[in-house]
Write a protein that binds this ligand. Sequence first.
Ligand code: PEP
Ligand code: MG
Length: 566
Amino acid sequence: MTERRLSGVGVTPLSGVGTAVWYAPDAELDAPPEPETVDADAERERFESARDGARAEIRAERERTAERVGEAEAEVFDAHVQFLDDPQISDGVESEIGDGLPAEHAVTRTFDRFVEQFEGMEGRMAERADDLRDVRDRLVRVLIGSDRVDLADLPDGSVVLAERLTPSDTAQLDPERVAGFVTVTGGRTSHAAIFARSLALPAVVGVGEGLHDIEDGSEVVVDGTEGTVTVDPDAETRDAAAGGEDVEITAESVETADGTPIEIAANVGTRADLAPAAERGADGIGLFRTEFLFLDRQSPPDEDEQYEAYLEALEAFPGGRVVVRTLDIGGDKPIEYLDLPEEENPFLGERGIRRSLGPDADLFETQLRALLRAAGSENGGQLSVMLPLVSTVEEVREAQEALKSVAADLEDDGESYAIPEFGVMIETPAAAFLAPDLVDDVDFFSIGTNDLAQYVMAAERGNSRVADLGDYHQPAVLRAIRATVEATEGTDVWVGMCGEMAGDPDLTELLVGLGLDELSMSAVTVPQVKHAVTETTVADARALAERALAASTKAEVLGVLTETTR
Ligand code: PEP
Ligand code: MG
């Protein structure tokens, strides 16, 4: 068989070989046949046995969830069984079958009617619509015999193929078993891409409709460097993919050739990211995106659960710094059970610290309690707390008041705790302009270039139409970074970067020259960036940064960068 190759966007400089497993969350139906050709009795029987099959599946899933997540979370499956057994719903399905529809169409039509009713209700009742959809899809899958792939339980060496992967889908992938993933849609900064980088998984996104031509069970090579997917690879392609990387992994901390230490840390979201980050030699964690602790479940993690997660992160990096960012939701990071408002421009709405000081004040308090307790633990001295999406000095002060009040409560409760190092993300133009004032209230800054580029350039992140504008090579973005770093000079405040820009090894010299003390990135590029630090001197880096800052167009910035790599 000759190999076939498709192209997309490579999101990790890694390759993998494995067996294609299609992941399709929703079953698709063909148009229904003519009513007179449908045998209603046979369809009623199919419906009955599908209900039995679905019930057995739900029970098994309930058990697994109770074991892995918790009893409270598992209860949602009880509601699913109730829907399955609801006489109004089953009567509805039987009557549609009586009108000449095959069982799968009768299920879809009946459930959709109930979904619509629930959607018209207020609050919690409206949320039940999602449960109904879930039961509907399960029944249809059982009826048409399409199994939903369990992402958390894939065979070793699977390459997941999907239309798209949500953050909660991706969070289930076990990097020990999965050889990579490929999606039809998506771009470099999509959450699936960010996850792939933190899990150090080979991944290609945005391949387009051609991906549907790859069949389940085919052998595929995912080349995240070239952004290609090869089906039925020949021996040469397979061997090249199985070959290693060109840069050595080092657990040692690094410094420039003229002796300036630069901390190289990893961005993590879930427990599963910790081991790959340590294995790839990260000095610590520069960004723990705690919103991922809140995803893929029915209710928020409580104080003890969070406390355990923070301890685990501290233990994974003995002696290293662990920067935990408080909950950053809103924008492109919705969490269903939190009932976020509908906003016309969610990126300019209630997100990050704005929610923590507003409607999510209770969650913020719980999170701060868990963090302060973790700071008081054996390895707690390594912990730093960071606020997302700061745009005023008042927000920082208000958050500090909340932190003090939590400390006083812990004192009253007789809990052991400590006050951790405290910093803010610089990811809005307001924060960059206010950096000279913010230095008085914090221990550190971490520049979030994903959001900073979007807000400085007024170009939505993830919107491919404006990707060229919202690019971190834009001179306005470089100048916002420089202004931030400049505000820390002559103070004790250290400054890091945790946006995707920090993980681009072609920019390491520039970032050292701009004065960054720390760079935090998806685990996968840690070795390349560490290597790049050792290859530069501060003097050369500063000269490069000066030339880049003098550029007035993105093309000139790119010109300055290629001149030096030649
Ligand atoms: C950023 O905006 O650069 C950042 C690191 O935060 P996130 O990508 O989680 O919004
Ligand atoms: Mg951000």
